[in-house]
Design a protein around this ligand. Structure first.
Ligand code: SF4
Ligand code: SF4
Length: 537
């Protein structure tokens, strides 16, 4: 029996505010019933010694417990100071207006609750309800920041502000993937994803609290070394040289991968994770751009070969540093445009969110690879044989690229041309569900967070994938096309977690690989299923 939780409960000290029992979560169909009895592995006491664990069964950040009452009070004061800044134009010129709209106008109709995959899949745990964390922030803001708030709290909804409230709210901001599905259904336009983003920002910018995968190992490493993967420019070039050799073996002809070519039409920026985890994606772009006769280049300058911008999810300052660096590299290379590779959040970061930041000659035109690839496929410059992709294919819509940016059709035009057995997920396009790895979850795996992601936030996507292929025999190979590096990471992990390859023949990969796999002049297939040629599947 679930405990009914109210926002005010956040302030009351207890061992844990929410616990998911086996059977609470939405059940999985055969042959995955064994996972219906699985719940999160317990956090080992020695691993969580001295850190805050009182929200639920998992930990995303790992906030150290303050050593004294004085330290607690100091942290609460810092939180309040950061909260005030969120509502000041000079300190929050990017997001103040939509934040105010979302804070002031919720009608509590709960339409958003049914749209939220985290809330639904968890078995409707109250603390994961989209408006729960927004309501916590609203109450704190009204009571402690607005004039006369303490008296009005009796009518507006009360909450006590102490270290427990603050620490739980920080963790709670990492139980939402910022997918903004809730915002897309709200009749008023309230964006609970945005409120969550602003809470994360407050903690990072004001208190130095953020998951280490996003901050130290993410943005800080990106700016210091050149890539969030830890690859410096030399290592990136070495890896690409290796990819080039591999591609020549597959293509049967010489493949050029140009670096730092001044005056090229296109600067292509990949998520550098592709160079390590999915090198065929980087190679497929090179084969395709060469076959289409495009003038293009990669950049070997630090930051310029890694499109990620994790600041998008938690910190405007870190975000701006990376975005300006990307644009400045393109400006100095004198390219006509930047093409964003298959990385959804990088699309939104540089193309949309950075738009107010990149003025003057930093405002280099930016284009989605979905559009570039669709133009190539429809140009007639390639000789394509769709029968080389005889396996069933479904498409995952990355939230940032599709729901937030409206890039829906180009990738579908491509699939209709190269994958004769393409079928949509239900729902799809702007209504699609997050992979569960959004907003950084795909790379966050401290404590038992990866289990939480696979069991709770990726569960809806896993059900959607199974449903898309329900008419296919389990042993037949099936391809989940995910044109986003982070989504691919989450889908790889969920397929591994649920044994989806062994039980349902599930494989995954990018979009550009499907195009190259269908090119008539390729010597070997670029897509393989368990080491076997995909051309004969
Ligand atoms: S759908 Fe909008 S108005 Fe309704 S509860 Fe959700 S945020 Fe509030
Ligand atoms: S942004 Fe997505 S995960 Fe977050 S509350 Fe809304 S629907 Fe749920």
């Amino acid at each position: 029996m679930k405990a009914a939780r109210r926002p005010s409960d956040l302030a009351a000290r207890s061992e844990r505010l929410c616990h998911i029992e086996p059977g609470d979560m939405v059940p999985l169909p055969p042959p995955y019933e064994d996972f219906n009895r699985v719940t999160l592995p317990l956090l080992k006491p020695e691993r969580v010694k001295g850190i805050e664990t009182s929200l639920d069964d998992t930990v995303a950040i790992g906030i150290p417990r303050p050593a004294s009452r004085e330290e607690e009070d100091l942290l609460v004061r810092k939180f309040l100071s950061g909260l005030k800044k969120l509502f000041e134009k000079k300190n929050n010129w990017t997001f103040l207006q939509p934040l105010l709209l979302s804070m002031e106008h919720c009608a509590r109709c709960q339409t958003c609750a049914d749209a939220c995959p985290v809330y639904e899949m968890s078995g409707r745990q109250e603390i994961y309800r989209p408006i729960f964390r927004s309501e916590v922030l609203r109450r704190i803001y009204r009571k402690y920041v607005k004039p006369g708030g303490r008296i009005a709290a009796k009518w507006n909804g009360d909450i006590d502000l102490n270290w427990t409230t603050v620490a739980r709210l920080a963790e709670l901001s990492y139980r939402c993937t910022l997918c903004r599905r809730c915002a897309s259904v709200c009749p008023i336009g309230v964006d609970n994803g945005l409120i969550t983003h602003e809470i994360r920002k407050l903690f990072s910018q004001e208190m130095g609290i953020a998951p280490k995968e996003l901050h130290e190992k993410g943005t800080v490493q990106h700016l210091r070394v050149g890539s969030s993967t830890g690859m410096n420019p030399l290592a990136a070039k070495d890896n690409v040289e290796f990819i080039q050799e591999e591609m020549e073996e597959i293509a049967g002809f010489k493949v050029e991968i140009p670096w730092d070519r001044e005056g090229a039409d296109i600067l292509l920026i990949h998520n550098a994770g592709e160079m390590l985890a999915w090198p065929e994606n980087v190679g497929a772009f090179a084969i395709l751009f060469q076959a289409a006769g495009l003038s293009w280049t990669l950049s070997s300058e630090a930051v310029g070969y890694d499109a990620v911008n994790y600041g998008l999810w938690y910190d405007d300052v870190q975000f701006s540093r990376v975005a300006v660096k990307h644009a400045d590299i393109a400006r100095r290379l004198n390219v006509r445009k930047i093409v964003m590779g298959e990385c959804g959040h990088a699309h939104k970061a540089l193309t949309v969110t950075a738009d107010r930041l990149l003025t003057g000659d930093l405002n280099v035109p930016r284009e989605s690879a979905m559009v570039t690839l669709a133009d190539i496929v429809s140009s007639g410059r390639l000789s394509l044989n769709p029968r080389r992709n005889p396996f069933p294919v479904t498409l995952h819509d990355p939230c940032n690229m599709v729901r937030s940016m409206g890039i829906v059709e180009p990738q579908r035009r491509i699939l209709r041309a190269v994958a004769p057995r393409f079928r949509e997920m239900t729902p799809h396009g702007v209504d699609n569900y997050c992979c569960g790895g959004g907003s950084g979850f795909a790379i966050m795996s401290g404590y038992n967070f990866a289990d939480w992601r696979n069991l709770v936030s990726s569960r809806r996507k896993f059900l959607q994938i199974l449903d898309a292929f329900a008419d296919e025999p389990p042993e037949a190979p099936k391809y989940v096309c995910a044109p986003c590096s982070n989504c691919k990471g989450a889908i790889r992990d969920m397929i591994g977690y649920y044994h989806g390859e062994e039980r349902s023949g599930l494989y995954y990969g990018g979009l550009v690989e499907l195009i190259v796999n269908a090119m008539s002049d390729m010597k070997k297939p670029i897509i393989q299923f368990d080491g076997k040629s995909s051309w004969e599947s």
